[in-house]
Design a protein. Structure first.
Ligand code: NAP
Length: 310
C-alpha cells in the first residue's frame, strides 16, 4: 500500500516538488517590492530586473537601497527607484504609498516581502505588537492603498510573501497584542502570517473581475537574514545549525518571477503557493468567521476605516 501524507502535512512533500519556471519577459513592467534590501525580496529584485522589469523598492534602510539601485542598474537596462518606509510605522507606509501613487501612473506587480521573526514581544510607538504590524498590517495597508492604481493598470498581480510558518497559528482575535498570553516568537510569527492569509482570501474576492490577482506564497526554507536581530544564542544557533539546512534564497526569487509572470497564472487568484506549487493552507487560515473578524480589525488598525468615511 502506498503511504500518503495527511492533507495538512502535504507541505512537507511540496517542499521537494520540482519548481516551475517562467521565461516570459517582464520588459517595462513596474514592480513595487517591499523588503527589497535582503533575502527573498532582494532575490525578487534581481530576477525581475533580469526579466526587464523596472523596480520600485519600499525599504527602511536608504544606504542599502542606494547600493542595490547602483548594482542592479549597472547590471540590467532597467530603472530602480526606492521609497522609505519602516513597516513598524504605519504612517510611513501610508506616506510611501502616496508618494508612489504620485509618481507612477501604473503598477503591474506588487510583492510584499518585508518581514520579521522576533523571539521577544516588542511594541511599536503606537502600541502595536511589532511582528503583527510589520508582517501583516503594513503590507495590508500598502496593498489597499495601491490597489486602485493596480486595477487601473490591470492585468496586474499582487503577491504576499507569506510562510509555511502560518501553520504555527497563534492568532487570537481578542489578543492580537499578546497581552493575555505567553508570547513565543513562532506563534506570533504564525499569527501574523495567518492574519495575512485570511485577508488575502478577502482581497481576492474584492478584486474579482478587475483583472488584478492576489496570491500568497511560501518562499521556501531559504538562507536569509531573518531572525538575525534576535538574541546572541538565537543568532549562534541560526548561523551554526539552521543555516546549514536552508536552501539558496535564489529559489525564492525564481518562484516570485514565475508567480509574477507566468501566463498560466493570469486568472489564478486567492491561492497559496509553496514556492510554485499550489497548496491548501492550514484549516485555521481558512476559518470564515476569523476571516471576517481579521478583515474588520485590519481595516480598523491601519486607519483605513477613517479613510472610507472621508
Ligand atoms: N527565509 C525563509 O526561509 C522564509 C521562509 C518563509 C517565509 N519567509 C518570509 O520571507 C519574507 C522575507 O524574509 P527574508 O527571509 O528574506 O528575511 P530578511 O533577509 O531578513 O529580509 C527581510 C526584509 O524585510 C525588511 N524589513 C524588516 N523589518 C522591516 C521594517 N520594520 N520595515 C521595513 N522593512 C523591514 C528587511 O530590511 P533590512 O534589510 O533593512 O533589514 C529586509 O529587506 C518575510 O516575509 C518572511 O516571513 C522567509
Amino acid at each position: 500500500m502506498k503511504f500518503e501524507l495527511p492533507e495538512q502535512l502535504i507541505f512537507m512533500k511540496n517542499d521537494k516538488a520540482i519548481q516551475k519556471h517562467s521565461n516570459e519577459p517582464m520588459t517595462g513592467k513596474l514592480c513595487v517590492i517591499s523588503g527589497a534590501t535582503s533575502g527573498v525580496g532582494y532575490e525578487a529584485v534581481k530576477s525581475l530586473a533580469a526579466g526587464g522589469a523596472n523596480i520600485v523598492m519600499v525599504v527602511r534602510n536608504e544606504n542599502k537601497a542606494k547600493v542595490i539601485k547602483k548594482e542592479i542598474e549597472a547590471r540590467y537596462s532597467v530603472v530602480v527607484a526606492y521609497f522609505i518606509a519602516d513597516f513598524s510605522d504605519l504612517k510611513q507606509v501610508e506616506k510611501a504609498a502616496m508618494d508612489i501613487l504620485d509618481k507612477y501612473p501604473r503598477i503591474d506587480i506588487l510583492i510584499n516581502s518585508a518581514g520579521i521573526h522576533s523571539t521577544k514581544r516588542k511594541l511599536n510607538k503606537d502600541g502595536l505588537e511589532m511582528v503583527f504590524c510589520v508582517n501583516h498590517l503594513a503590507p495590508f495597508l500598502l496593498t489597499k492603498l495601491l490597489m486602485n492604481r493596480m486595477i487601473e493598470s490591470s492585468p496586474s498581480r499582487i503577491i504576499q510573501v507569506n510562510s509555511e510558518g502560518h501553520r504555527f497559528n497563534g492568532l487570537k482575535v481578542d489578543d492580537i497584542n499578546w497581552k493575555k498570553r505567553f508570547y513565543t516568537g513562532l506563534r506570533s510569527y504564525g499569527a501574523s502570517k495567518t492574519a495575512q492569509l485570511l485577508t488575502v482570501w478577502e482581497l481576492a474576492k474584492e478584486l474579482e473581475g478587475t483583472g488584478v490577482t492576489i496570491n500568497a506564497m511560501h518562499p521556501g526554507a531559504v538562507k536569509t537574514n531573518i531572525g538575525n536581530d534576535n538574541g546572541i544564542l538565537y543568532r549562534w544557533f541560526l548561523h551554526n545549525v539552521t543555516w546549514h539546512f536552508l536552501k539558496d534564497s535564489k529559489i525564492a526569487g525564481d518562484a516570485l518571477y514565475y508567480l509574477a509572470s507566468a501566463s498560466e497564472l493570469s486568472n489564478v487568484s486567492g491561492e497559496f503557493f509553496n514556492l510554485t506549487t499550489l497548496e491548501k493552507p492550514a484549516d485555521h487560515a481558512l476559518n470564515q468567521e476569523n476571516q471576517k473578524k481579521i478583515w474588520s480589525l485590519s481595516i480598523k488598525m491601519t486607519g483605513l476605516e477613517k479613510k472610507d468615511d472621508e
